[in-house]
Write a protein that binds this ligand. Structure first.
Ligand code: GLN
Length: 486
């Protein structure tokens, strides 16, 4: 049985804890009990890579003590949260799902994590992920895959699969993930929850282990749109420790709940509804668009003509940046060190045994596309394509469209082991990588079920248009039900 406090909207739970009506300690215990019930280890869901129950309980007790003293704790008072294992935490290790960082402890804390804790949240664990956030299924984790709580023979998506599973399994209402090409939205869709990738520069990435720096974002997942909006509210905003974080005022995101759809123009980009799309996915998205129309929105057919180039461009830019970012894991500075002949031998054995197959493939690919003679043919070309994709978004938003609605993924969650061809795996991000290339905010909201498996509908907005994006998401949730279950 799950404790009813874990089913509450996060804002309600925080209000109760803050008012002394509910203990943070009891809520933390409930989250651990739920986590245990859904199973650790290879036969369970395998959601967490690191946790420390006594430390989390001490954090919760400190919150309860502040409430007793009459202090105001914050908008997440006593709310249990889960954090992807590529966000630096001081008390718990940060492994990025890789052998090369097994047991690594950061000397500093990621800004997003710090802000959650300062708002009163209790971190209950670090979540499983594809190694260094490279993947779409959590199967490339060095610590075994996570299973989808809605269908344990299926993947939860990736790379933030553990965070999505922690929310979908009812352990936490809010979790942090990261996005380079869809790693929050795609697992949110596969697990039937909400996932937000904010605008590039909206949330500090200080303490996020870098994968593709020009594409990386910290994102947030919630059981409902409001839970995710509350999480975003807490982590958004300027941070002098991240040079790419912009000093733009943070609106009241949760006020988007009362946005009217009257006069809102929604674009339906035809490239996101190709003839090959599973008709059931198309129907679910069109039903979502009908619901927005019924709520007063105008729906327009629009075109983002360079969409088909997004996957090839992404799989040049992301590995290029990864090959540079991952050079620091050399056996000298962090985590694993394996001996070999001389310094070079140490590098070689540490890196060839510390990194898994997908990470190795990306480093090789990235090194190749950046090498002399190939830079212009691949990397420069990919950057030009990236500009065209960004211009596509600018053109539709400039023509009076407030938000775009598309499928989040072409299919529901696949079976563990079902997708073994890396290229086929890359295609599961076909509708999500565009927003990372352009830096625009995008989110996934549950849109019902295909074969009894959750699917998501994606809402994309202009830069810093999170409030408008959330307005559409709240309207969709009102029409479709929490978890798309209506
Ligand atoms: N699946 C994509 C990749 O493997 C995106 C991952 C992500 O967003 N971190 O690169």
């Amino acid at each position: 049985m799950n404790d009813e406090a874990l089913q509450l909207p996060a804002a309600t739970l925080a209000r109760r804890v803050g008012a002394g009506d509910r203990s943070s300690l009891a809520t933390t215990d409930a989250a651990f009990a739920r986590s245990q019930a859904v199973g650790a280890g290879p036969d369970g869901l395998n959601i967490f890579l690191g946790h420390d129950r006594e430390w989390s309980r001490a954090e919760a007790e400190a919150i309860d003590a502040r409430v007793v003293r009459g202090e105001s704790v914050g908008p997440l008072a006593g709310v249990p949260v889960a954090v992807k294992d590529n966000l630096a935490t001081v008390h718990l290790p940060t492994t990025c799902g890789s052998r090369i960082l097994e047991g690594y402890r950061s000397p500093f804390e990621a800004t997003a994590v710090r802000r959650l804790r300062e708002a009163g949240a209790v971190v209950v664990g670090k979540t499983n992920m594809d190694e260094f956030a490279m993947g779409s299924s959590t199967e490339s984790s060095a610590y075994g895959p996570t299973r989808n709580p809605r269908a344990p023979d299926r993947v939860p998506g990736g790379s933030s699969g553990g965070s999505a599973a922690a929310v979908a399994a009812g352990i936490v209402p809010i979790a942090l993930g990261s996005e380079t090409g869809g790693s929050v939205r795609q697992p949110a869709a596969f697990c039937g929850i909400t996932g937000i990738k904010p605008t590039y520069g909206r949330v500090s990435r200080y303490g996020l282990v870098a994968y593709g720096s020009s594409l990386d974002h910290v994102g947030v997942m919630g059981r409902t749109v409001d839970d995710a909006a509350l999480g975003l509210q807490v982590i958004a905003g300027y941070d002098g420790r991240d040079a790419t974080c912009l000093d733009v005022p943070v609106p009241d995101y949760r006020s988007a709940a009362s946005s009217s759809m009257a006069g809102v123009v929604i674009g339906r980009p035809r490239e996101y509804f190709p003839a090959s799309l599973d008709p059931r996915v198309r129907e679910a998205c069109d039903a979502a668009l009908d619901a927005l129309r019924a709520a007063g929105a105008e729906v327009r057919d629009v075109s983002l003509p360079h969409t088909a180039l997004a996957i090839p461009a992404y799989y040049i830019v992301a590995p290029a940046e990864a090959s540079s970012n991952l050079a620091r894991f050399d056996g000298a500075r962090y985590g694993l060190r394996l001996s070999g002949e001389g310094l070079r031998g140490m590098y070689e054995s540490t890196r060839s045994r510390g990194f898994g197959a997908e990470v190795t493939r990306r480093i090789l690919l990235g090194t190749y596309v950046l090498s002399a003679g190939y830079y212009d043919a691949y990397y420069r070309k990919a950057m030009e394509v990236r500009r065209l994709i960004t211009n596509d978004f600018a053109a539709v938003f400039g023509a009076g469209v407030h938000a775009l609605v598309t499928p989040t993924t072409p299919t529901p969650a696949f079976r563990l082991g079902e997708v073994s061809d890396p290229y086929e795996m890359y295609l599961s991000d076909v509708f999500t990588v565009t927003a990372n290339l352009a830096g625009v905010p995008a989110m996934s909201v549950p849109a019902g079920f295909v074969d009894a498996l959750p699917i998501g509908v994606q809402v994309i907005a202009p830069h810093f248009g999170e409030h408008a994006m959330l307005g559409v998401a709240y309207a969709l949730e009102r029409a479709l039900g929490v978890g798309g279950a209506r």
